[in-house]
Design a protein around this ligand. Structure first.
Ligand code: ATP
Length: 426
């Protein structure tokens, strides 16, 4: 992990939040490469969950909701963690994560647990009184439930259908750590899939398999990810059954990457009650029911950490980040063999601009140092292909294309690069 954290900082994937002022615990900033990686992950998720399907639509709700939303969802009453404190040095722990001995001072005595609501509070308007209290959303799901009827009334969806949303969530976690694994502000990718009662088992199985395949298709090694059905005592109060995708993390072994919950009709029942609005669904044959909801929910940062960890490879003194080309920040790097030969530079610039501007393939230019160093630098940030323009290019219009993972070099006509890369990136 230390090596990955350090690579991420050195190459501009992830920086510690507010570092200039000594840091702010539980926050991380995405650098130029990290923001590209995160955007690619979100794009792939959206393609898979919304754009390629006929039964899912998108939504982008506000982060701030009416306080009644959190009353209805149960978050005000029970979005809590149990907090205990070391009596000697006052270090705080989540009760379910407390070591036998305090890891700061080795103290063995702890206070009794008290409940701590992990929603961040803020105020609307200039007066900080209880009537102006608001919460930053700890999940994007409620924005979907409160718009469920709007979506039904304004689109042509019929059950079974889903509403997907990607956006920030905030949780005032008692303990943060393990880099992007547990933070206080994070982006979430959530789908609420509305189905007819009685069909939940089938759809739960469907989404478990679908989400597992998504990770594997984007390069996660199959042996490092698995579906786990949680025992009853470990699941949220509203849930009728929760499965999780577990990843084999270097700091803890197998643990949660994504949750895939059966939320039952809990949320819609609650919102019906508290809003006084009838949220029952009427199907084509006139049957009325409150739909059941299956929810795959994953953090962008946690997914990004899994992709980074899985891709990180050392070969001798080289680091290769074997990211799937679809999520790699840059797909191609273009080099002139020598930076001081204008003929080579001009030709290489033309290839670079064609790929970047006309084909719109994320492409990076590099003419620093020798060619070996440039390969090195691109391997480290996960660029799958390097194109080198050399003296032979000037006579026969061919270039070398080097593959990141096996360092194999092929000679290809410049005119074939379009088809070569568009095929590879399909
Ligand atoms: P835990 O019990 O570990 O606190 P949770 O079960 O409450 O987590 P969910 O509500 O299921 O977590 O969250 C859905 C997904 O959001 C998680 O699978 C994870 O990918 C992501 N996530 C949740 N909390 C955090 C966090 N603090 N930092 C980063 N990602 C998070």
């Amino acid at each position: 992990m230390e090596k990955i954290v350090s690579l991420c900082k050195r190459r501009g994937f992830v920086y510690p939040g507010s570092e200039l002022y000594g840091g702010l615990n539980g926050t991380w900033d995405l650098g130029p490469l990290g923001s590209d990686l995160a955007r690619n992950i979100k794009y792939e998720w959206w393609q898979s969950m919304v754009a390629s399907r006929e039964d899912v639509v998108g939504l982008n709700s506000s982060i701030l909701h009416h306080t009644r939303v959190w009353e209805a969802s149960g978050h005000i009453a029970s979005f809590t963690d149990s907090l205990i404190e070391c009596k000697k040095c006052h270090t705080r722990f989540r009760e379910d994560q407390t070591p036998e001995k305090c890891n700061q001072c080795e103290g063995m005595e702890f206070t009794s647990p008290r409940q701590f609501n992990t929603m961040f509070k803020t105020h609307i308007g200039p007066v900080e009184e209880s009537s102006s209290l608001l919460y930053l959303r700890p999940e994007t799901a409620q924005g979907i439930f409160i718009n469920y009827q709007n979506v039904l009334n304004s689109t042509r969806v019929n059950i079974p259908f889903g509403i997907a949303q990607v956006g920030k969530g905030f949780r005032n976690e008692i303990t943060t750590g393990n880099f992007l694994f547990r933070v206080r502000e994070f982006e979430m990718m959530e789908l609420e899939f509305f189905i007819e009662p009685g069909t939940d088992k089938k759809w739960h199985e469907y989404w478990k398999e679908n989400r597992l395949k998504w990770f594997i298709n984007l390069g996660i090694r199959p042996e490092n990810v698995k579906v786990v059905d949680l025992p009853k005592e470990d699941i949220a109060h509203y849930s009728k059954g929760t499965a999780e995708l577990w990843y084999n993390w270097p700091f803890m072994g197998f643990g949660e990457l994504e949750g895939i919950a059966n939320r039952g009709d809990y949320d819609l029942t609650q919102h019906s009650k508290l809003s006084g609005r009838d949220l029952t669904y009427t199907d084509k044959s006139g049957n009325k029911y409150l739909p059941i909801v299956i929810e795959p929910s994953v953090g962008v940062g946690r997914a990004m950490l899994a992709f980074l960890v899985d891709a990180y490879t050392e070969a001798g003194d080289r680091i290769i980040l074997k990211l799937h080309p679809k999520i790699a920040p840059f797909k191609v790097a273009v080099f002139p063999l020598l930076a001081n030969k204008p003929d080579l530079v001009d030709k290489a610039r033309a290839v670079y601009q064609h790929l970047k501007l006309e084909l719109k393939i994320p492409t990076v230019w590099d003419d620093r140092g020798n060619i070996g160093k440039r390969y090195y630098a691109q391997d480290e940030i996960g660029t799958p292909w390097c194109v080198t323009v050399d003296f032979q290019t000037l006579s026969d219009a061919t270039v070398t294309v080097r593959e990141r993972d096996n360092a194999v070099q092929n000679r290809l006509p410049v005119s074939e690069l379009d088809t070569y890369f568009t095929q590879k990136l399909k």
